[in-house]
Design a protein around this ligand. Structure first.
Ligand code: NAD
Length: 413
């Protein structure tokens, strides 16, 4: 079963390949991969039934040469130091590729948030901040939501940190709007996927209007991507959730699907739509296949069934290296996660800026700036890919690695 929290082997391999092509020494490659600081804490809480439970909390701060550490906080039973370390370095490269003044970090607690009550979750989060507060802060390390965490958890982090240091909304992003959250943050990753697809289509894929898209996953990223692509004239012909997939050859009624899912909690038996299996969804002929659910979703086992012209990685690491090799041989263009799903971190950056400035941007400004940054990044990646004759992933990793190395050079190590 593919896992949302699978180790990012694609990331490690892509970074090693970038270092080699750029002619970096082993020491520079080591500097790009090693974390600056890794913190592990024990977090005991008394559960509602009176029993003591102890969790492990992690924060890995990878690089801050380009700006304060920035990255999500994940609550998941399988969280471990190795995974958090990989994700922290991916954040360093993602912020560098977006050319925003932030570094990379990641954190997590090895808990199952669905088995904890709201009071237990709040206590766990506040205790984590009590143990971690000396290492985080608006100018040091800014956390954000990730798998298993949400706006209310970010609100508790803000509140606990502010109790020690005074009102500090910029210590965390992804907050509720009334606590200093940004307009446009919720849709940012899915919207960003559509902006990147648009940029790729303009340069290499032909007109977007009338193109077809299939989206695996209909959660935050997949759903917003579906609506934003529809707004660009794309025909979204299939989407899925963990239980089933829905297909409509002339395009789905997305509003109807959302309403049905909200009312019944499932995508099964939606009027006028056909349910198909997860495997059938992946095999549909389409211009854009967009995995937006799990890491490791496209593997050597199912890759031969794919029938798409472009594959857009909305999820992190949805394609294994073996599957990627096969797709590239078949001339399927892969738009890498580090570019395709960076919209969320860019709007997180806007939230941090707004908090530091004590101002709130209107939605049109957030959207306009997001478009500018993602179009620039997509343009940089496509130009390098074209000029050097390398894949979009290789180009993205090279640009990001060079930017981090330049900053390290400038700081004198
Ligand atoms: P989410 O939990 O809101 O949605 C995930 C969706 O995938 C749900 O609809 C779920 O039912 C579906 N799903 C689960 N298993 C499935 C399966 N086997 N087949 C088909 N669908 C399945 O999560 P999200 O926030 O939308 O994130 C999706 C992916 O994007 C994750 O890999 C996440 O790490 C990545 N990502 C998210 C963000 C963000 O801002 N939310 C940013 C960058 C990357």
């Amino acid at each position: 079963m593919p896992s949302k929290t699978k180790a990012l082997s694609t990331f490690t391999e892509a970074l090693a390949a970038a270092s080699e092509r750029l002619g970096y020494s082993d020491s520079i490659h080591k500097l790009l991969t090693l974390s600056a600081r890794e913190i592990k804490v024990a977090i005991p809480i008394v559960r509602d039934n009176g029993e003591l439970a102890v969790f492990s909390g992690y924060r890995v701060q990878h690089h801050n040469a380009r700006g304060p550490y920035k990255g999500g906080l994940r609550y998941h039973p399988e969280v471990n130091l190795g995974e958090v370390r990989d994700l922290a370095s991916l954040m360093t490269l993602k912020t560098a590729l977006m050319d925003i003044p932030l570094g990379g970090a990641k954190g997590g607690i090895d808990c199952d948030p669905h088995s904890l009550t709201s009071r237990e979750l709040e206590m766990l989060t506040r205790k984590f901040v009590k143990r971690m507060h000396r290492h985080i802060g608006p100018e040091m390390d800014i956390m954000a939501p990730d798998i298993g965490t949400d706006a209310s958890i970010m609100g508790w982090i803000h509140s606990e940190y502010s109790a020690i240091y005074g009102h500090s909304p910029a210590v965390v992003t992804g907050k509720p709007i009334n606590l200093g959250g940004s307009q446009g943050r919720e849709k940012a990753t899915g919207y960003g996927v559509s902006i990147v697809v648009d940029a790729v289509a303009r340069t290499r894929g032909g007109p977007l209007s009338g193109a077809s898209a299939v989206i695996q996953g209909f959660g935050n990223v997949g759903m917003h991507a579906a609506f934003c692509l529809r707004d660009l004239g794309v025909k979204v012909i299939a989407v899925s959730d963990s239980r089933t997939a829905v297909y409509g050859k002339d395009g789905l009624d997305l509003d109807g699907l959302v309403k049905h899912k909200q009312e019944r909690g499932t995508l099964e038996d939606v009027d006028g739509h056909q349910n198909i299996s997860h495997e059938e969804l992946l095999a549909l002929e389409c211009d854009y296949l967009i995995p937006a659910a799990l890491g490791g979703a496209i593997t050597r086992k199912n890759v031969d069934t794919l029938n798409c012209r472009h594959l857009v990685e909305a999820a992190n690491a949805p394609v294994t290296p073996e599957a990627e090799e096969i797709l590239l041989k078949r001339n399927v263009e892969i738009v890498p996660d580090i570019l395709a799903n960076a919209g969320g971190v860019v709007v997180s950056y806007f939230e941090w800026v707004q908090n530091l400035q004590r101002r709130a941007w209107p939605l049109f400004k957030v959207d306009k700036e997001l478009n500018r940054i993602l179009h620039n990044a997509a343009h940089d990646v496509m130009s390098r890919s074209h000029d050097e004759g390398i894949t979009l992933r290789a180009a993205a990793y090279e640009i990001a690695s060079m930017r981090v190395k330049d900053a390290l050079d400038a700081t004198g190590f």
